[in-house]
Design a protein around this ligand. Structure first.
Ligand code: ADP
Ligand code: NI
Length: 217
């Protein structure tokens, strides 16, 4: 089977698997990450087969919904890719990206080992900020039954995966606990540029949110 055919089959499987779920990990999140990863990967001259497979499969199973097991996504991806006859080295690379890319708390290191990993991590993180980032954060907050905001609860910079997983902050706090930190953690030049613009938008929005909260606007 050629690479294009494999990508097509994997796409179909992921579409079927993720569909319309409501926590912000639906097929359209993956679609946006895939598109952005292609854009960044091309500019950075990455191996596009690995980039595309990892972007498509990066949320096939989520560690946060499996008691913090960060191998669950990689295992599901390995099973799926083996069935398509993908070479072992490529599967290993894709699985390594899926396992290490997710954000696991402000103080937890998630440094990517390869260019392809950096590209996919950046694309995924870009989809967590800006206007789309707001939509996803509030969708996730509603899904987890979190309040929108509580001025008595201060943001926490989680220092471990377990603390991040357990945290039940108001959604506005999530901006201070993760989303506003992402701009300075982008790996590639292309993503750094896109993130600056999206970051400015988040700052503007939050500024206005607090003004409206206080009844000043
Ligand atoms: P990703 O798919 O980028 O790895 P996550 O799986 O961490 O992101 O989270 C999915 C979406 O939900 C992201 O947009 C993220 O910012 C948001 N999210 C994660 N945790 C929270 C939270 N505690 N409150 C609000 N939004 C959250
Ligand atoms: Ni994702």
């Amino acid at each position: 089977m050629n690479k294009q055919e494999i990508i097509k089959r994997v796409t179909k499987r992921v579409m079927r698997e993720l569909g319309d779920e409501g926590s912000g990990h639906d097929w359209w999140h993956v679609h946006r990450v895939w598109k952005m990863a292609k854009r960044i990967g091309q500019e950075e001259s990455a191996d596009m087969f690995v980039v595309e497979l990892a972007a498509l499969l990066h949320d096939i199973a989520d560690w946060k919904f499996h008691g913090g097991d960060d191998n669950v996504g990689a295992r599901a991806a390995r099973k799926l890719l083996s069935k398509q006859g993908v070479h072992k080295e490529i599967i290993d690379h894709v699985c390594e990206i899926i396992r290490t890319a997710p954000f696991k708390g402000a103080g937890v290191r998630t440094k990517m080992q390869t260019l392809e990993g950096k590209v996919v991590q950046d694309a995924d993180r870009l989809d967590a900020i800006g206007a789309i980032g707001f939509a996803r954060a509030f969708a996730y907050g509603g899904y987890r039954n979190q309040p929108i905001y509580n001025p008595n609860q201060k943001p926490v910079l989680h220092q471990s995966k377990a603390a991040y997983l357990k945290g039940r902050s108001p959604t506005i706090n999530h901006f201070f606990e993760k989303l506003l930190l992402l701009k300075d953690r982008m790996n590639t030049k292309t993503a750094k540029k896109v993130s600056r613009e999206r970051h400015r938008f988040m700052e503007k929005y939050l500024n206005r949110f607090f003004k409206e909260w206080k009844g000043e606007l």
